[in-house]
Design a protein. Structure first.
Length: 80
């Protein structure tokens, strides 16, 4: 289960641990996630020890995010 932070106007922020280390891969994944969740904000924090992925938006399904990254060969685990 992903860590959920409720923001104003029913926005949520999901936070995931990944194994992404390369900025180019993070950019590719960001574009892919934005295609799937077009009204969201997506960013990676590659300097964090957990290589954090944050997604902010409405009605985001954390399982779809994990599945999408797993299909791309990336480890993606929700943080609680």
């Amino acid at each position: 289960m992903a860590m959920w932070i409720v923001c104003p106007v029913n926005k949520m922020v999901l936070v995931f641990k990944t194994d992404v280390t390369e900025r180019e891969l993070a950019q590719e994944l960001t574009q892919s996630l934005l295609s799937s969740f077009p009204h969201s904000k997506v960013n990676f924090d590659l300097e964090d020890c957990d290589k954090i992925l944050r997604i902010e938006g409405h009605s985001i399904d954390p399982e779809k995010i994990i599945q999408q990254l797993t299909l791309a060969g990336v480890l993606c685990q929700s943080l609680e």
